[in-house]
Every structure is written in structure tokens, then in C-alpha cells.
Design a protein around this ligand. Structure first.
Ligand code: ZN
Length: 584
């Protein structure tokens, strides 16, 4: 029942990483390696158009870049946000009313101007001068702009134009993302990053972490080649490197070179390499962050050295891969055991960052929740829906026969995993918020908010959740002097919401939350109201309305008003038999 595989290509997957990384995105190794080989492409060109043939005659893998910006007001010479309750991202409790003074793109002052429930004395407030812009935020909450540490900018397989992805992020208060792998191509991502810096497009700040080896025509086979590749992407101005694992001597040399160049690194320790390099190995070499969780249970093994794979396991069969992953944490040293403590303490001493991306595995423990999330109706593109739909070839579509047994294993898996992550935070370790959206029924923006809820479920106080989503992310990116908290001197990246996100993180969802009023009316409330990036004020709801229009247009064009659940689409009509033909 396994999908077709090509043993030769499979065996040499790591050597054919250029196509692999571009096609694969971060969770993946493609099932059909032979097919992906043909999709190899050089890095996308600036201004690359979707689907264009490159000079070499190969298909361009990059998505449509964002159009010039038409959204947002500002930056202003001086902008004063009046009367909000501030959640500053440092871990300090909410405080308000405050006035926040912004000059151009920078916060210059934050003043507590009164007490809750008492009329504010106007004399004690920062004065507005002629030409200053003031926004009344009484009753609202201000947070630092959120940071998605695992934000793929869509992909051609998902059929997601960059504008769609960016507006879903910005519509949820996300003002910075790290693109782990930058699979639309080095030049493509650097072009988008530069345009975001200049606010020529409506997009979060972009940190470009390049898939190790991307852009080369041949595999890296020596440590020297690894170093040279790092030097090249450093010279291009990239921010960091994303690994999936690699031959240990080469990966170690590459990480060493990354540090020398002042870049940063992230690794999804894919099972194909994890028996040689687990998170403790790479953290000792100087890796900045681990993505997801693979490589961590392996570092915690005490009675085995390799995961207890069934004898007929095949990594390229994603039902094997994800099904068995759900049985992995229980093979590791139990919580608070000597080995568990020892590994945790060493990782913390190494200043190692954990970016768990709890949300991306959620469908494994609760498929129906992820698949039926209410935002799919209006916000999920038909092409993305098709990419999610059960399929033996698409990445993350491993629902060939996902059972109650699988979900229960995964729920138990999560308990052990969350216990580690929460205690890691408690002992001073850095935990960030990343979503890995665009796979496994997880949507940009919306499922970042879900990640915040899952950090809460892991045991984080809501203020610890917000700190993970802001200041901790900024630290991991090396940007904490500029962003990550609402403090004078930092860039004006903020999210404004009308409801209290500490009381209920779900108010950050673009679809809002349901309330029943005193008059017994059912209403929707919440959703981010303003996203402020670099002092430019965006109407977050308008950005999400733009996304709904993109989706509606795509549905109209495809004549698909409904995204059918798997196996529920009406069968194509049987063609009528030609007249005169005998009927059975
Ligand atoms: Zn990823």
C-alpha cells in the first residue's frame, strides 16, 4: 500500500538537497523523490513571476511576490496612542491607561496617565502639537508586534501568493517572521525582505534563513564546501541558515562558519539524520534554535539509541513517519528523571532556543479540529485546501486512515513534550512561538494564534505566552534591541486589540470570539484592530477583508463555492451516452 518510491533517489536524498529543500519546506522530505528531482530550480529571480520558465528552462518555484503597498497610514512625524492598557512583552503585568508616543517609526515615550476607571487628567498627558496624529485607544490593549519564528512565505505547491500570506500575518498582529528555508529562493526572499524594510509592500519584517546548500547545483561533500556556501550566503546578506540535519562533520563546520559570520541557525532534526545529530549535538556545536521537537526525545534516550521503528517502517510513507512520531516521546527518559534534567540543563546553559511549533502537529492529535477550523470557509484558498487533502504524495496529507489510536498516542506524546517545554521555560530556557503554517490544515496568522493557545496549554501564563511571542522571539533573532517589547527606543511595531488577550488569547483570532450579550444576542468580538509596523498603522480587519476577497475570487475563478471535506465532493457527472446507443 506504500506509495511509489525510488530507492536510489531515496538513498541519495541528502545529496540532492537543492530540489529537496526547495520543494520540501521544513517538515518534509518528499515521498516521490524522483518527481521532485525534475523540479530543481535555481534560486528565484527578483520580481520573478509565478510559474515563469527560467532561463535554464526549469520551472520557477517561487510564488507571486507582493504588489506595491496601498495599505496603511503613516509613519507620522508624531503619533500618540491614547489611553490603552499596555502589555509590554517583557513579562510585566498589564498597566493602563498609558499614552504611547511614536516619532516616525520609533517609540519615544510610554507614560502611565491615570488610573483605571477614573477620568484622565488631560494636563498630565503628553501634549499633541499641530500636525500630530492621535488615536484614542481607551478600553483597548496594546501588545508588541508578534513574531512568527517559523513562517514559510507560502509556496507554489500551496498556490499562495505572497500578498495572501502577508495579509493573514499582518491581520493577526504579526510584524516579524523568520522564513526557515526561504524556499522561494534566496534572491526572491531578499527582494521581499528589502521591500518590507522600506515598507514598499504590506508585509512583516522578514528574516531570511536559507536552506543549507540551497542554490548549489551539486551536493556539499566536504566541510570546506559547507563553509564556502555559508560565506556566500553571508555575503549576500542572508540572516541565517536552516538545516534538516546533514553529515555531522559538514554540519559542524557549517555551524562554526555561521557563528564566525555573525549569522544564526535553525534545525529541524529530521529522522533521516537524527541518529547522528540530535539537538544536544547541534546545540553543543552552536546551533541557535531547534524547530519542532525531533531530535529532543532522541537526546533523552537511555535504553536505546534509535527510535523503535517497526520493522516495515519507511520514512517516505508519511503515515509511518507521523504515526510513529506519535509514539516517540514515551521512548525518551521520563520527565524529571536524571537524564531529562541533565539534557535540559545543558541546553539552557548553551543558551539554546526551542521553537516548538506545537500547532503544526495538532491535526495528529485532533484531526477534526484542524480540518474543520471555521476560518477555512472564508480564508483558505482552494489550492491550499487541495494541498491539505489526504494524498500519498503531498507533504502533511497523511490521513490514509488516521485512527482514534493515532490520536490518543499523539495526545500522550503532547503531554510529555509540553512538560519538557514548560519546564524549560521555568528554568530560564528560551521558548519562542512559531507556526509552520501552510501545511497540515494550518493557516497563516490564524494558526499562529493557535500556537499561543497551545503554549498556554503547556503551562505558560498568558503573559509568558506573549513574552515568548515577542521578546523571546526577538532575542532568538538577535533583534531584541530593536523589537520585541513596547519600550522607548524600540521600533513602533505593535498590535492593538479591543478585548483583553491575557484573559482570553482567542480574542486574537481574525474570526474573533463568540459572546452572548445581556440582551441574549450572539455577537462576534475580538480580532486585532490595528497592526502597527514601523510606525505605519494598518487596519487589521481591512487586511483580512482583502484576504477574503482573494479567496472568493479564487473560488469564483475555479467555480468552487464550497471546499468539500475529504471524500465528500460530489462525483463528476457521468457523461450522457450518445443518442441511439443501446441502454443496459
Ligand atoms: Zn517549516
Amino acid at each position: 500500500m506504500a506509495p511509489p518510491i525510488y530507492p536510489k533517489e531515496l538513498e541519495s536524498m541528502k545529496r540532492m538537497w537543492p530540489s529537496l529543500l526547495i520543494v520540501a519546506a521544513c517538515l518534509t522530505l518528499p515521498i516521490n523523490a524522483a518527481e521532485t528531482k525534475d523540479k530543481t530550480t535555481p534560486a528565484g529571480k527578483p520580481e520573478a513571476k509565478q510559474g515563469k520558465e527560467s532561463k535554464e528552462g526549469k520551472e520557477d518555484k517561487s510564488i507571486l511576490p507582493a504588489p506595491p503597498r496601498t495599505e496603511g497610514d503613516g509613519p507620522f512625524k508624531r503619533l500618540i496612542l491614547r489611553g490603552a492598557t499596555l502589555i509590554d512583552g517583557t513579562g510585566a503585568p498589564p498597566v493602563g491607561p498609558v499614552d504611547i508616543v511614536i516619532e516616525k517609526n520609533r517609540i519615544v515615550d510610554v507614560q502611565v496617565v491615570g488610573s483605571p476607571g477614573v477620568e484622565i487628567d488631560a494636563k498630565k498627558r503628553p501634549k499633541a502639537e499641530t500636525g500630530d496624529k492621535e488615536i484614542d485607544l481607551r478600553g483597548m490593549y496594546v501588545l508588541p508586534g508578534l513574531i512568527d519564528m517559523h513562517g514559510h512565505i507560502g509556496g507554489k505547491e500551496q498556490g499562495t501568493p505572497a500578498e495572501y500570506v502577508y495579509k493573514l500575518w499582518m491581520g493577526h498582529g504579526i510584524t516579524t517572521i523568520r522564513d526557515p528555508g526561504s524556499f522561494n529562493g534566496v534572491d526572491w526572499v531578499l527582494d521581499q525582505r528589502a521591500k518590507s524594510v522600506k515598507n514598499e509592500i504590506t508585509a512583516p519584517r522578514i528574516k531570511a534563513y536559507i536552506g543549507f546548500g540551497m542554490g548549489r547545483e551539486a551536493p556539499i561533500v566536504t566541510p570546506e564546501q559547507g563553509r564556502k556556501w555559508v560565506d556566500e550566503i553571508a555575503a549576500k546578506g542572508c540572516d541565517g541558515v536552516k538545516f534538516f540535519g546533514y553529515r555531522p562533520d559538514i554540519m559542524q563546520a557549517a555551524i562554526d562558519e555561521i557563528k564566525k559570520k555573525g549569522l544564526r541557525s535553525a534545525c529541524h532534526h529530521a529522522q533521516m539524520d537524527v541518529s547522528r545529530v540530535n539537538v544536544l549535538t547541534s546545540a553543543r556545536w552552536g546551533l541557535t534554535s531547534m524547530e519542532h521537537w525531533y531530535g529532543l526525545p532522541e537526546a533523552l534516550f537511555t535504553d536505546r539509541t534509535i527510535q523503535d521503528y517497526p520493522v516495515n517502517y519507511n520514512y517516505a510513507n508519511e503515515a509511518d513517519r507521523f504515526g510513529e512520531a506519535g509514539r516517540l516521546w514515551k521512548q525518551a527518559a521520563p520527565p524529571f528523571s536524571p537524564r531529562w534534567n541533565e539534557v535540559m540543563n545543558e541546553l539552557i546553559a548553551l543558551d539554546f532556543t526551542i521553537d516548538p511549533t506545537f500547532t503544526i502537529y495538532e491535526a495528529s492529535r485532533d484531526l477534526e479540529r484542524a480540518r474543520r477550523a471555521e476560518w477555512h470557509d472564508e480564508y483558505t484558498l482552494p489550492s491550499l485546501w487541495d494541498f491539505y487533502t489526504p494524498n500519498r504524495q503531498n507533504h502533511g496529507a497523511y490521513w490514509y486512515y488516521w485512527t482514534t489510536e493515532n490520536e490518543v498516542e499523539w495526545k500522550n506524546n503532547y503531554r510529555l513534550w509540553m512538560t519538557f517545554v514548560n519546564e524549560y521555560k521555568n528554568r530560564g530556557g528560551r521558548v519562542t512561538a512559531g507556526s509552520d503554517s501552510g501545511f497540515i490544515y494550518k493557516l497563516y496568522g490564524f494558526d499562529y494564534i493557535r500556537e499561543l493557545e497551545l503554549l498556554r496549554e503547556a503551562g505558560f501564563h498568558p503573559l509568558e505566552v506573549i513574552r515568548a511571542a515577542t521578546l523571546k522571539g526577538a532575542e532568538a533573532l538577535g533583534m531584541d534591541k530593536e523589537i520585541g517589547s513596547v519600550e522607548p527606543g524600540k521600533l513602533a511595531d505593535l498590535a492593538v486589540v479591543e478585548e483583553n488577550p491575557i484573559e482570553n488569547l482567542a480574542v486574537l483570532y481574525g474570526t474573533g470570539v463568540v459572546k452572548v450579550t445581556e440582551k441574549n444576542e450572539v455577537i462576534r468580538t475580538g480580532g486585532v484592530k490595528y497592526t502597527i509596523k514601523d510606525g505605519i498603522v494598518y487596519d487589521a480587519r481591512k487586511l483580512l477583508a482583502d484576504v477574503r476577497k482573494i479567496v472568493k475570487d479564487a473560488k469564483d475563478k475555479a467555480n468552487r463555492p464550497v471546499l468539500y471535506q475529504p471524500g465528500m465532493a460530489p462525483k463528476a457527472p457521468v457523461p450522457a451516452k450518445p443518442p441511439g446507443e443501446a441502454r443496459e
